[in-house]
Design a protein around this ligand. Structure first.
Ligand code: AMP
Length: 286
């Protein structure tokens, strides 16, 4: 395995990527905040299979964290991240520092109006504004053919897809299935904060989502009934505090009167001070 080349400057990574594309190479981009795990590896492997050049970005983006969120304690594991990139055949790692991405006179932000204040956006004001801004900056720094996002962060994927369409960004947005532990818990960089007992409770989130999916497969079409089922199941889990359980269309991010089409069943919950999210997406026949 060859170690990936690491870049810290926007101009330098951009020059490299532009040169690759001019030679006809297909470039895939995987944006991350580091603390890489098998979920990130799955995105990288998908990019590796579909592209000639794979670029991973590692940047803990300060603008997507609220004032009382975990920016300071967010795990930073650069040496291990590089090893994971190397063993998955990544060509370039872009790891800018804060000043490279946000110089002191920075003042331009991107918002996907309305979609950034629902679901996770309701309890994390400003979060998706930070996400959209940093991702659009990364798309400009690394003008790739295709960018890969995990479905675990479904709202993020859908918002970025919307931003790319709305702003005519010349990049294809692809989504990759959520990678889980054998017990169903979605892999997350934040899982390391769970205590042993919280770890035992955490798989209840995916179990509840699967039960909700079975109810829809069994013919239930009333979103409020599915949401109640999730609330009932999750309120019975010791130590778990539900943030939201919602059923929305992936086209509108709104709760439909009656389920139909591609539907996102999404949950966010706290176990102790750790906020976990998970979801299931299903195609609902009318
Ligand atoms: P993060 O580093 O947590 O910001 O995530 C970077 C990318 O990895 C995002 O597109 C996430 O959706 C994706 N990702 C994180 N966890 C998983 C997972 N368990 N399965 C698939 N993709 C994931």
């Amino acid at each position: 395995m060859i170690a990936p080349r690491v870049f810290q400057k926007i101009d330098e990574i951009r020059r490299e990527v532009v040169a690759g594309r001019q030679r006809g190479l297909r470039v895939g981009l995987v944006p991350t905040m580091g603390a890489l795990h098998a979920g990130h590896a799955s995105l990288i492997q998908t990019a590796r299979a579909e592209c000639d050049v794979v670029v991973v970005t590692i940047f803990v983006n300060p603008t997507q964290f609220g004032p009382n969120e975990d920016f300071d304690r967010y795990p930073r594991t650069f040496a291990e991240d590089l090893a994971l990139c190397e063993s998955n055949g990544v060509d370039y790692v872009f790891a800018p520092d804060r000043a490279e991405m946000y110089p002191p006179d920075f003042r331009t932000y991107v918002t996907v109006e309305g979609w950034d204040s629902v679901l996770c956006g309701a309890s994390r004001p400003g979060h998706f504004r930070g996400v959209c801004t940093v991702v659009l900056k990364l798309f400009h720094a690394i003008p790739a053919d295709v960018a890969y996002f995990g479905r675990k962060d479904a709202q993020q994927w859908l918002i970025i897809r919307r931003m790319v369409r709305d702003l005519n960004v010349p990049i294809e947005v692809r989504s990759v299935e959520t990678v889980r532990e054998p017990n169903g818990l979605a892999l997350s960089s934040r899982n390391r904060f769970l205590s042993e007992s919280e770890r035992r409770q955490a798989p209840a989130i995916y179990s509840a989502l699967q039960e909700a999916k079975r109810a829809v497969e069994g013919g239930e079409r009333r979103p409020e009934i599915i949401e109640k089922l999730l609330r009932d199941r999750l309120s019975a889990v010791p130590g778990l505090r539900l943030d939201y359980a919602e059923v929305v269309s992936t086209e509108t991010l709104r709760r439909p009167v009656k389920l139909g089409g591609e539907t996102l069943i999404a949950v966010a919950a706290f176990l102790g001070s750790t906020r976990l999210i998970d979801n299931i997406i299903i195609d609902v026949s009318p």
